[in-house]
Design a protein around this ligand. Structure first.
Ligand SMILES: [Ca+2]
Length: 296
């Protein structure tokens, strides 16, 4: 919200330019009568401006300074990993990394950061989102329209699938794959035939929330990284409405190699403890956080 003197000056300037443009010299004789009315109208507009600016601030939700998460642990993370997909299952972290020539699927030990298994992608593919559904791991690629399916235990590739959009983030609700493509849309796909069964448009305060990136379905909400920010939004999977926005920029202060770190991108839910493992592209650490109660 702008400071009051600035708003007053803006309202005054707007009124002046409007009056100069629309009150012609022929109407000069009426100006004495019109001006008081315009003055009243100007003040009404001024107070409406203040009121609407205040409302917008409220709709946007938590101010960034409000802490709604608690850091429980930090673990090492390969600082060269360009994290694009992140999921936790049965004591292991599964990660998809991007960039042409550096893309991979990895299984890591969360406590040590050690990569215990790694599948490299062909240099023509840029790895993106990843999720684990049943005994399969699904991995997207960015612009190739091509996804891969791996056996969860062996990491052997057992299939592939195609899609018509870009591939960004991927998660699942136990039934459908849920994919982002860099817009405000989330696509629900059948894991059997990969047909789109639903498209959800994510909105916050009535406005679309674009560049949705890495995803994680947890506790009945879809948590989404927002590209080029350190914010995560929690989305209602039925309505697409953002119910919470959590700013995790504070975590950067805890990085041992902050100068290498790019955007926050990577959310993995540990269902047993209801905690989240989060990291970013080329982040030197993974943080285990608990997202506490906060106003929606
Ligand atoms: Ca995830």
């Amino acid at each position: 919200m702008k400071p009051l003197p600035e708003l007053f000056m803006a309202a005054k300037q707007a009124y002046s330019s409007w009056a100069v443009k629309y009150i012609s010299p022929m109407q000069k004789q009426y100006r004495k009568r019109i001006n008081p009315l315009l003055g009243i109208a100007g003040f009404v507009c001024f107070f409406l401006l203040i009121f609407s600016a205040g409302s917008t601030t409220e709709i946007k939700g938590n101010p960034p300074s409000q802490i709604v998460f608690k850091v429980l642990n930090s673990f090492p993370h390969d600082p060269t990993a360009f994290t694009q997909g992140f999921a936790y299952r049965d004591g292991f972290l599964y990660e998809s990394t991007g960039l042409y020539g550096e893309s991979s699927l990895r299984r890591t030990n969360p406590a040590t950061g050690e990569v215990t298994a790694k599948i490299n992608l062909s240099p023509k593919f840029f790895g993106e989102g990843l999720t684990i559904l049943g005994d399969s791991i699904y991995q997207l690629t960015w612009k190739s329209g091509q996804g891969f399916i791996y056996d969860r235990k062996t990491l052997g590739r057992k299939g592939s699938f195609t899609y018509s959009t870009e591939g960004w983030g991927l998660t699942d609700d136990g039934t459908s794959l849920i994919m982002s493509d860099g817009t405000e849309k989330l696509y629900f796909l059948s894991p059997r035939n990969f047909k789109v069964t639903k498209v959800l448009r994510v909105r916050e305060g009535g406005s679309p929330v674009r560049v949705l990136n890495e995803l994680e379905y947890a506790g009945g909400k879809i948590y989404c990284n927002i590209w080029r920010s350190d914010d995560i939004v929690a989305v209602n999977p039925e309505t697409g409405v953002v119910e919470r926005r959590i700013s995790l920029g504070e975590l950067r202060k805890r990085l041992s190699l902050p100068e290498r770190a790019e955007v926050l991108n990577g959310i993995a839910w540990k269902s047993a403890s209801d905690t989240f493992l989060v990291t970013g592209k080329r982040w030197s650490e993974v943080f285990e956080i608990e997202i506490g109660p906060g106003s929606p």
